[in-house]
Design a protein around this ligand. Sequence first.
Ligand code: PAF
Length: 265
Amino acid sequence: MKIINNISEMQNWRNDSAKIAFVPTMGGLHQGHLSLIDLAKKNADKVVVSIFVNPTQFAQHEDFGTYPRTMDADLAALELSPTDLVFIPNTHDIYPDNAVFNQDEFAQDKALFEILCGKSRPHFFYGVLQVVRRLFAIIHPDVAVFGQKDYQQLHIIKHFTSGTEIIGAPIVREDNGLAMSTRNQYLNADEYKIASKLHKILKQIERGELDLQSATEQLQRYFKLDYLELLDANTLKKITDNTSKIAILSAVYLNKVRLIDNIIF
Ligand code: PAF
């Protein structure tokens, strides 16, 4: 497994005819990330993984400073995975222009950036798109794999990137049903148990055992609710007669930890 820190070396490496699959990460790797890498390998000859904690997707009050940085453990896990190359750029190389990102391009589609997670994290998807486009411009992957846990992120990336096939990978869960996330490290043992209620309640909606109102009340017993919505999974708009797939999407706070989850059916 090769490790590259600078852009020109990365671009030189890319100059071959192999089909490249890319898995962007912010490190703090867990089984969920490793499942993305396995899926990437099934879709390409070579797999590139990036580790970069992207400052532009964090608001001032968020956890950029304390976000888990576990480089040694990440590299050890990647060594055992089908990763061919790890790209670990620095912030200056990614954002030589001081990270200015023109949002005008998205004026028509602003709503997509402002619903669901965008309501409480208005900067977030712009920052994600900025870094993903930048990484794509450096790596030129044929395919890129993103987790479906961040369903709105996946949707926005599919809509606003081009030249790379975007593949969504199924959510990987802990034994108790909690969706795997780097931020689960912030949960203590009691919170970890309570956190599993989120998925259980979403499952009850899927099975028709809870309507939206009762599910909201259930979630509020355990969490501070950010949102719970049922939308058309293909458009992230209201369900209509043409809806073929429904997305149940939720974000909640458990003390200071923000959890997100979804079920598509
Ligand atoms: O999902 C993530 O880990 C991040 O948002 C991503 C896609 C790596 C961009 O920084």
